[in-house]
Design a protein around this ligand. Structure first.
Ligand SMILES: CC(C)(COP(=O)(O)OP(=O)(O)OC[C@H]1O[C@@H](n2cnc3c(N)ncnc32)[C@H](O)[C@@H]1OP(=O)(O)O)[C@@H](O)C(=O)NCCC(=O)NCCS
Length: 133
């Protein structure tokens, strides 16, 4: 899987492009396009605040036609690798399902299985993972 920073104009897949256009941004937000063997397979939207703060996984998106093939899991790993390589000690995200086929509860369970634990005193349901190494 290859992850390259992107703008929505560079995205060909209509669903990914639409997410790239809709997904909100703050000053730290960057969008990355994931490809596999030349095909677009997902979008990763992250916030890169100063490295003393957690790296924020803002959105992971895989087009509907290719879900449940492991791409989402690999995108999550790729996001964590990016965070480590940039010197972040932890990754934070707020699980929010954008597709009712993947229930909010199941999504929260998936992140928990991947090592994300509730952030203390979080008002918005944020979960955090310490990134070793
Ligand atoms: C979340 C999303 C990126 C997952 O992508 P994916 O390529 O289908 O994910 P994977 O195939 O790697 O599956 C990841 C895990 O979630 C589980 N899962 C995926 N879809 C599921 C569903 N509809 N219901 C229940 N569990 C589901 C899988 O079982 C898998 O876990 P496992 O492999 O450990 O068993 C994709 O569903 C998506 O783009 N959804 C819309 C955007 C969204 O809601 N993003 C989350 C923002 S926080």
């Amino acid at each position: 899987m290859e992850i390259v920073e992107t703008t929505k104009e560079q995205i060909v897949d209509p669903e990914i492009r639409d997410r790239g256009a809709t997904s909100s941004r703050c000053a730290y937000t960057r969008h990355f396009l994931a490809t596999e063997a030349g095909s677009e397979i997902g979008l990763l939207s992250v916030d890169l605040p100063p490295t003393e703060e957690p790296f924020v996984i803002y959105e992971i998106f895989v087009p509907t036609a290719i879900r449940r093939r492991g791409f989402g899991g690999r995108l999550l790993q790729a996001a964590e690798e990016m965070a480590r390589s940039l010197g972040y000690k932890s990754a934070l995200l707020v699980p929010k399902s954008l597709d009712k086929a993947f229930s909010q509860r199941a999504l929260e369970g998936w992140y928990a299985k991947n090592g994300y634990i509730p952030l203390e005193n979080s008002a918005n349901g944020a979960v955090v993972k310490e990134l070793e190494g």
